[in-house]
Design a binder for this molecule. Structure first.
Ligand SMILES: Cc1cc2nc3c(=O)[nH]c(=O)nc-3n(C[C@H](O)[C@H](O)[C@H](O)COP(=O)(O)OP(=O)(O)OC[C@H]3O[C@@H](n4cnc5c(N)ncnc54)[C@H](O)[C@@H]3O)c2cc1C
Length: 403
């Protein structure tokens, strides 16, 4: 069974590793010509680390990531601690650490692992422009690509996993267009060398400064070498979707007027050109993610608001569950993988994942409203309802029962 994976992001590469573990060969097609250093920090909660362990890259990730001993939510102006989460016993509580790291490092580890297993398993400069399947069992799906020079290429595959992100072409073509929903916030993110913050008193771990309609989140990455930050502000106007628009520190600083001096010290230390902005978009959850031999995965299946830090984690969980479903279907038939077996595995993956991801989707959207939508003082007295209290960290994609 030759499988095409569209998109060499976190979800696509994790899926390639999972499919290989399940004995299915895959080729990953990526629109970018080079796989470079893009993005900034992201969170890998214990549920995500368990997935990375199963994929065989957990140790490398631990060596590159930061493990916050605590996470504080503070008053935006005074810096008073409103809510404190002790993360020092995370491994004992959940069986894996809570990590934060540069997206580029996570991406590089997954890519290296994949290319080591499959040196010819990645085609870059291949933007999928159309996908055709006549629905007849046994007939393969035709994939049309365009490269940067506008040359056309064609390939076929028995099965397709679309991990082509927020603006997934496959979702639109196969499952129907779903309009992006502006989440009401614009975010600025930046990376500041720790050396540039000398003299700024910084507590260990991660910190959120919460103000009405505005938030500032900061945590170290690159083993404390860089301070990663994201500033969120509620706005009325729509922004284009995308990860790498240039923003200016001045814009972010103006919107965070009145925030604690620590926030402004970090913003002011941002190196030239290292501040990016993006509008927060999500889409309504789809009722189904698989159709025949085509499956959606990661942001392509369930783009969500980032408040719970579960975007990458959910893509990694998807990949492990999909791999386990393929392994189970091969074991049940006691024969090499067939198209019918793969279709059954895709359906099982969707059944196993759908309820959890839909819950995260809705809760994450509500969580952002709670954090940025009220007087911050009230956070101190409100019962906490977040990714931790909802039990998301306890999930283990490796032992979760397949539906
Ligand atoms: C450039 C970039 C920077 C990011 N930075 C951050 C960050 O700083 N912090 C954070 O928390 N999250 C970030 N994310 C999002 C985060 O990686 C995802 O939410 C999460 O990891 C889920 O991953 P995914 O693989 O489903 O989607 P993505 O990570 O979005 O990967 C999708 C991949 O598909 C490729 N693709 C899209 N369309 C096509 C096509 N037609 N043909 C071929 N390939 C295609 C894209 O180029 C991309 O490589 C970033 C994503 C991207 C793409």
């Amino acid at each position: 069974m030759n499988t095409a994976i569209i998109g060499a992001g976190i979800g696509g590469l994790a899926t390639a590793l999972a499919m290989r573990k399940a004995g299915v060969d895959a080729v990953v097609y990526e629109q970018a010509s080079t796989v470079g250093e893009v993005g900034a920090g992201l969170s890998l909660t214990p549920n995500a680390v368990k997935a990375l362990d199963w994929l065989g890259v957990g140790e490398r990730i631990r060596a590159l990531a930061d493990e916050p001993p605590q996470m504080l939510t503070c008053h935006y102006a005074t810096g008073e601690v409103l809510v404190a989460f002790d993360r020092s016993d995370t491994v004992q509580r959940y069986g894996a650490p809570y990590l934060q790291m540069h997206r580029a490092d996570l991406h590089r580890v997954l890519l290296d692992a994949w290319l080591k297993q499959s040196p010819d398993g990645l085609r870059t400069d291949r933007r999928l422009i159309a996908l055709e399947s006549n629905g007849t069992p046994g007939s393969s799906t035709r994939l049309r690509f365009e490269d940067a020079a506008a040359n056309r290429h064609e390939n076929s595959a028995a099965a397709v996993v679309a991990a082509d992100g927020l603006k997934s072409l496959v979702r639109t073509q196969v499952f129907g267009a779903t309009a992006p929903k502006f989440g009401g916030f614009v975010a600025w993110r930046g990376l500041v060398p720790l050396a540039a913050l000398e003299g700024v008193p910084l507590s260990a771990g991660s910190k959120v400064f919460a103000g009405p309609g505005r938030l500032f989140v900061r945590y170290p990455v690159r083993r404390g070498g860089l301070m990663n930050y994201v500033a969120f502000a509620r706005v009325d106007e729509w922004q284009p979707e995308g990860w790498s628009q240039t923003g200016t520190v001045a814009e972010a600083a103006a919107l965070l007027h009145g925030f604690h001096p620590e926030v402004h010290s970090i913003l002011a230390a941002t190196p030239e050109g290292r501040c990016h902005k993006w509008g927060l978009f999500a889409r309504e959850p789809l009722p189904e993610w698989t159709r025949g031999c085509v499956a959606l995965l990661g942001d392509a299946a369930h783009p969500m608001m980032p408040w719970f830090g579960q975007g990458a984690a959910s893509a990694l969980e998807d990949a492990v569950i999909l791999g386990r479903c393929v392994i189970a279907s091969t074991a049940e038939s006691d024969a090499p993988q067939t198209e019918a077996g793969l279709i059954a595995a895709f359906r099982r993956y969707e059944r196993t994942r759908h309820a959890r991801v839909t819950l995260i989707h809705h809760e994450s959207a509500a969580g952002g409203e709670r954090l940025a939508g009220m007087q911050p003082e009230r956070l101190r007295d409100q019962p906490v309802r977040n990714e931790d209290s909802l039990g998301l960290f306890s999930y283990d994609p490796v032992s979760e029962a397949l539906a």
